[in-house]
Design a protein around this ligand. Structure first.
Ligand code: ADP
Ligand code: MG
Length: 241
């Protein structure tokens, strides 16, 4: 679904991503994992054109990712994205947050309602809570709203940046199980960011381990465990045992 070729990104004096190449297959859940600051969010934002690489290129479904705003808008309709922390607008209700893009695209009201119903079933979200503002929702509910918003336009790809970050263990456990069920039911291409190895193994088909703006190793958890590419891989795995 995505092919990254020699992609790099710099912020001032900081090389956030060194030139890297990576393939993210269609229909699979790929998990970007690595220590805080290693470039996971930066990499994720390159996939929907929210940020542009300094070098290299990103192919999306066989085509170089568009650069003009109009064409990018079309890409973003096919690539749903939930920001780290959810990124909900605090002055809009849950329902308004979820339906924002559909309204912008002038979907008929009936179609919006119908889609909202489907998403509430999928994420097991109570209808009354959708009328609350993000500040009145629990952390888990906010993440579910962010997930619904990312899914609203029925995209081919779902980008989720730490969808389980900052949740208490029980809520996290429930949402984790729900996410896995949702990924299975939808069969979409998912790219998920986490720094938790157990979560990566539970939710992902494949793991992409990053460090200091580079991809260190990729494969299943078993691949990483049985054939760690270097000492960092071994340490990263052992630290989370
Ligand atoms: P991660 O998501 O793995 O924690 P990020 O991709 O957010 O890491 O960040 C990688 C590095 O790039 C960090 O050092 C971060 O401070 C830096 N960075 C990210 N975005 C920006 C930005 N917009 N401006 C300057 N530095 C940034
Ligand atoms: Mg991040």
């Amino acid at each position: 679904m995505f092919i990254l070729e020699g992609v790099s990104k710099r912020f001032g004096g900081l090389q956030a991503l060194h030139p890297l190449s990576l393939t993210l297959p269609k229909g699979a859940t790929s998990v970007l994992i690595g220590p805080s600051g290693c470039g996971k969010s930066t990499l994720l934002r390159l996939l929907n054109g929210l940020s542009r690489p300094d070098t290299g290129r990103v192919l999306f479904d066989g085509q170089p990712l568009a650069t003009e705003e109009d064409a990018l808008l079309a890409v973003r309709q096919r690539v749903g994205y939930a920001l780290q922390g959810g990124g909900l607008f605090p002055h809009l209700t849950g329902a308004q947050n979820v339906t924002l893009m559909a309204r912008h695209l002038r979907w008929p009201e009936a179609r919006i309602r119908e889609r909202l119903g489907v998403l509430m079933d999928l994420t097991r979200f109570p209808a009354d809570a959708l009328e609350r503002f993000p500040g009145q929702l629990s952390g888990g509910q906010r993440q579910r709203v962010a997930l619904m918003r990312a899914l609203m336009l029925d995209p081919d790809v779902l980008l989720l940046d730490e969808p389980l970050g900052a949740l208490d263990p029980l809520v996290r456990h429930d949402l984790q199980a729900d996410l896995r069920g949702i990924f299975e039911r939808l069969g979409k291409t998912v790219v998920l960011v986490t720094h938790d190895l157990a979560e990566a193994a539970y939710l992902g088909d494949r793991i992409v381990l990053m460090r200091d703006g580079q991809v260190v190793q990729q494969g299943t958890l078993e691949d990483l465990e049985s054939r760690p590419g270097d000492a960092f891989v071994t340490r990263f795995i052992q630290a989370q045992r």
